[in-house]
Design a protein around this ligand. Structure first.
Ligand code: NAD
Length: 240
């Protein structure tokens, strides 16, 4: 059954030249980064406050020390490497078959695998900036400071990630919507599709959608093909 579905995915990929991939935290679990909503995900672990609260704009401003303790421990994975899913998507782009990767992830692994057009809906832990003078800092520079990282001007450095209560970047949304509207095949994978407005972007495509996920989503009934499996294992069987 799984084999047949992977064959169907292969045929759809062979017949498409404007593929767009839309993914989430599940794309990086095979790189050792936990997602939020799987059984062993971050949301099932016990914290004093819900992760949505700790990762919100207002909490960050009020409690930067607590925010950074959580952030360093749970959201930055300096040793993570791309897995076969990231690498296959980069291969498809290099072969001229994939237009863009749209990701909710903040780990930079698609670019590390070689993907070039990556719309990062929720920003990236690789980029950081001073909230006062806007000087940019790398992830390594941020992590080299203990506690709340500070700029030489005295301002607090923050990650260039979209916190809860914050809007998405308009240019990123525009790029993602453009890619989705031009797609001839959309592959969605490793996402629970419950985080909005990100999940709502799938309304901007008329292309057939293939969904590769380890658990059911509200989008399953709209998909042309649903593959219940680990995305790295599935995509590693695709030939470009
Ligand atoms: P989510 O945690 O809500 O859902 C992950 C989904 O992926 C689940 O449906 C799970 O069953 C599935 N999954 C897990 N491993 C998989 C695998 N190997 N193959 C296929 N499916 C797999 O994640 P989300 O939908 O991306 O939304 C949560 C938010 O989490 C996003 O906004 C994102 O910014 C943030 N996040 C990012 C990272 C990261 O950058 N790697 C990690 C954790 C959370």
């Amino acid at each position: 059954m799984l084999e047949q579905k992977i064959q169907e995915l292969q045929q759809r990929i062979d017949n498409s030249n404007r593929i767009v991939f839309f993914g989430g935290a599940g794309v990086s679990t095979e790189s050792g980064i936990p997602d939020f909503r799987s059984v062993d995900g971050l949301y099932r672990q016990k914290f004093d406050l819900p992760p949505e609260t700790i990762l919100s704009h207002s909490y960050f401003l009020r409690h930067p020390e607590e925010f950074y303790r959580f952030y360093r421990e749970k959201l930055v994975w300096p040793d993570a490497q791309p897995n076969p899913a990231h690498r296959k998507l980069a291969e498809l782009e290099a072969a001229g078959k994939l237009l863009a990767v749209i990701t909710q992830n903040i780990d930079g692994l698609h670019q590390m695998a070689g993907s070039r057009t990556v719309w990062e809906l929720h920003g990236s832990t690789l980029r950081n900036y001073c909230m006062r003078c806007h000087t940019r800092y790398t992830k390594e520079e941020l992590l080299s400071q203990p506690g709340v990282p500070r700029c030489s001007c005295g301002g607090i450095i923050r990650p260039d990630v979209v916190l809860y209560e914050e809007p998405l970047d308009p240019e990123t949304i525009e790029g993602a919507v453009r890619a989705l509207s031009e797609a001839d095949l959309v592959i969605v994978g490793g996402t629970s599709l419950v985080v909005y407005p990100a999940a709502g972007l799938l309304d901007y495509t008329d292309a057939p959608v293939v969904l590769i996920n380890k658990s059911a989503t509200a989008f399953d009934s709209r998909a042309a093909l649903v593959i219940d499996g680990a995305i790295g294992e599935v995509l590693s069987q695709i030939t470009v």
